[in-house]
Design a protein around this ligand. Structure first.
Ligand SMILES: Cc1cc2nc3c(=O)[nH]c(=O)nc-3n(C[C@H](O)[C@H](O)[C@H](O)COP(=O)(O)OP(=O)(O)OC[C@H]3O[C@@H](n4cnc5c(N)ncnc54)[C@H](O)[C@@H]3O)c2cc1C
Length: 422
């Protein structure tokens, strides 16, 4: 069966913050230079934003660089973060802790990340990017020299037995001079690239957590737009890495969720059940009483940090965003670093394609990343997550960026602000 071929200069796989920022920056550069550059982006969700877990505290640093006039362009950043709260929960009570430096959200916004992606997609299309939602890249294509030459989308209309049905449609081959993978955490094609090009040689293994998130519409009298609550402690046991977040968006909506490191040792622990228990705690349950859950989801989250970042480039392409692992773990924020890595990759890819070079590898990208604020930010916190087990052992619970020896009975945990950063 032959597949249709669509040729592009650059194909971007994945329509999250990283992929969209990559595509936008490529076209910004090409348009500014008056050059033709055919860029397409494919997204496996039915529409851009469909696979994004909505509700996030967003640091606008990368967006400020990508679109300094984002306010005038109507970017959906409507709720400034106003009130940071950091709680330690016991089974029946809670007490407020000083907010760790990484968790200060002054200047940030509580947003729907899905809406931001939809807005970014509009900007990308206006700049001339072809966006194809509803198509998953299922296979990486290579040339005879072993360089990546694009991706193929999956065949449609294949029966359970693997045989074509009456609705069979073969996938499409998207050919490109450079293919940029922005698949998010644990990208399926990215994993094959790790193997093929030994991209993880010499770096620490990636580690993962699970993030569960729910969007709620709550009683307007309980809603305080801009309020942020993070918690550690109950219902987690002391040796389990995890904590909650609860953000008040606009329109009487809150987003609530729980992140648990997947290195937990209790085989009976169910992250979903722990999250449900958390919502019954007296410090937060009133928010949900009389409210309505609008949507929910869960997905993996990278926890390896800077030392787990793989080699980012290979012949014919590169990795950007969470598929490479740029999440700032103690902040639980990765959209800004995802966007910035995409922008840096786009600059390097554009320069490579515009040059006379015969190289197929955009090596200027990792070099630029190394001197960027992404590297500075991730290096500064690189020891916080690994120190949870290695330095302090069982009996201590580390929450985002602070360490609590929870053998001490509340209200007197000893809080150790990390000195092992940098
Ligand atoms: C529970 C939770 C809470 C979080 N809270 C925050 C927060 O408050 N602030 C913050 O900044 N960050 C937060 N993050 C992290 C943030 O969501 C990520 O860092 C960010 O979304 C990474 O962007 P990305 O574009 O790299 O990947 P993603 O946003 O994951 O986007 C990847 C996209 O690629 C698509 N895709 C994947 N594979 C393919 C394929 N083969 N073909 C086609 N399409 C494909 C996916 O459908 C998806 O749309 C949170 C994450 C979780 C899980």
């Amino acid at each position: 069966m032959t597949r249709d071929v669509m040729p592009y200069d650059v194909v971007v796989v994945g329509g999250g913050p990283a992929g969209l920022s990559t595509a936008i920056r490529l076209k910004q550069r090409a348009n500014a230079a008056g050059q033709e550059l055919a860029v397409c982006l494919i997204e496996k969700g039915s529409e851009i934003g469909a696979h994004i877990l909505s509700g996030a505290v967003f640091e606008p640093r990368a967006l400020n660089e990508l679109f300094p006039d984002w306010k005038e362009r109507g970017a959906p950043l409507n709720t400034p973060a106003t009130d940071d709260n950091f709680l330690f929960l016991t089974e029946k009570g809670s007490f407020k802790l000083p907010t760790p430096p990484q968790m200060h959200n002054h200047g940030n916004y509580i947003i729907s990340l899905g809406n931001l992606c939809r807005w970014l997609a509009q900007q990308a299309e206006e700049l001339g990017v072809d966006i194809f939602p509803g198509f998953a890249a299922a296979e990486v294509l290579y040339d005879d020299s072993g360089a990546v030459t694009g991706v193929a989308t999956g065949d449609m209309g294949v029966g359970r037995d693997g045989e074509p049905t009456a609705h069979y449609q073969p996938g499409v081959e998207l050919h490109a001079r450079q293919t940029i993978f922005a698949e998010g955490c644990r990208g399926s094609l990215t994993k094959t690239l790790f193997e093929r090009f030994n991209l993880r040689d010499g770096v620490d293994p990636q580690t993962f957590g699970i993030g569960i998130k729910e969007l709620w519409e709550i009683d307007p009298s309980k809603h305080q737009a801009g309020k942020i609550i993070h918690s550690i402690g109950w219902p987690m046991q002391a040796d389990t890495y995890g904590g909650s977040f609860l953000y008040h968006l606009e329109n009487n909506q809150i987003v609530v969720g729980f992140v648990i490191g997947l290195d937990y040792t209790n085989p009976h622990l169910s992250p979903f059940e722990e999250f449900q228990r958390f919502k019954t705690h007296p410090a937060v349950r009133h928010f949900f009483e009389g409210g309505r859950r609008v949507s929910y989801g869960a997905r993996a989250i990278n926890e390896g940090g800077w030392q787990s970042i793989p080699k980012l480039t290979f012949p014919g392409g590169c990795l950007v965003g969470c598929t490479a692992g740029f999440l700032n773990v103690p902040k639980i924020k990765g959209s800004h670093t995802a966007m910035k890595s995409g922008m840096l990759a786009a600059d390097a890819v554009f320069d490579l394609l515009a040059s006379d070079s015969t190289s197929t590898e955009a090596t200027a990208y990792p070099a630029a990343l190394e001197t960027s604020w992404v590297a500075e930010e991730l290096k500064a916190v690189r020891n916080i997550r690994p120190s949870f087990h290695k330095a302090y052992g069982p009996g201590c619970s580390i929450a985002p960026s602070i360490l609590i020896c929870s053998k001490a009975k509340p209200p007197g945990p000893s809080i150790i602000t990390p000195t092992m950063t940098g």
